[in-house]
Design a protein around this ligand. Structure first.
Ligand code: MN
Length: 197
């Protein structure tokens, strides 16, 4: 837990990624972001603000708005809250080298209640291996479920759209809405404009 793994993997004299020293208080509403990451393997990083850090998963195929699509989500190290604003190029030779584009951002709320109607903290839901949240993003909205399907060395989760009014099997925002929600740029534009030299 915490940011030790995050910091150990990175050389902050080389990468423009945040160190995460800002001990800013958590947001009023917890945030979520999805960052498209054109690293050695192209993927989308889902990050949920939980207990002062961004809990993170790499989704190789990206999120779907179709309830039938079960998207594999591989857990990665906790990231600092400031990472939610990061867009740019991680230099060659550094961990995660490649272009990062802020593909979606917004707030989320917890959907899970206990038998007494009390909200179950997302932290506890994740420990239990099943969490349901309502996303309020620019591209993704509605309920999503995260379910752990394998533990240990090969821990794996599935990220699946829940069946609600925001479910839409015809939308495919990963391919039809590729631009950054922060800057409107495409991945190629971020790569060109943020590269050294
Ligand atoms: Mn990544």
């Amino acid at each position: 837990m915490g940011l030790e793994a995050y910091r150990r993997k990175r050389d902050f004299s080389r990468t423009a990624e945040p160190r995460g020293d800002d001990v800013s208080s958590p947001s009023d509403e917890p945030r979520f972001v999805i960052q498209e990451h054109d690293a050695s393997t192209h993927h989308y990083d889902l990050r949920l603000e939980v207990a002062g850090v961004l809990k993170s998963w790499a989704i190789p195929k990206g999120p779907s708005t179709d309830t039938r699509e079960k998207r594999l989500a591989l857990p990665t190290e906790d990231h600092p809250l400031e990472y939610a604003d990061f867009e740019g190029v991680i230099p060659e030779g550094e961990y995660g080298a490649g272009t990062v584009l802020l593909w979606d951002a917004g707030s989320y709320r917890n959907l899970k209640e206990d038998d007494d109607g009390k909200s179950v903290p997302v932290e506890d839901q994740l420990s239990d291996g099943h969490a349901t949240v309502w996303l309020e993003g620019e591209k993704l909205r509605g309920g999503y479920a995260l379910t752990r399907v394998a533990t240990g060395e090969d821990e794996r989760w599935l990220f699946v759209k829940m069946d609600d009014e925001e479910a839409d099997a015809r939308r495919n925002p990963v391919s039809t809405e590729p631009e950054s929600v922060k800057t409107g740029r495409t991945l190629e534009e971020v790569a060109e404009e943020e590269s050294d030299g």
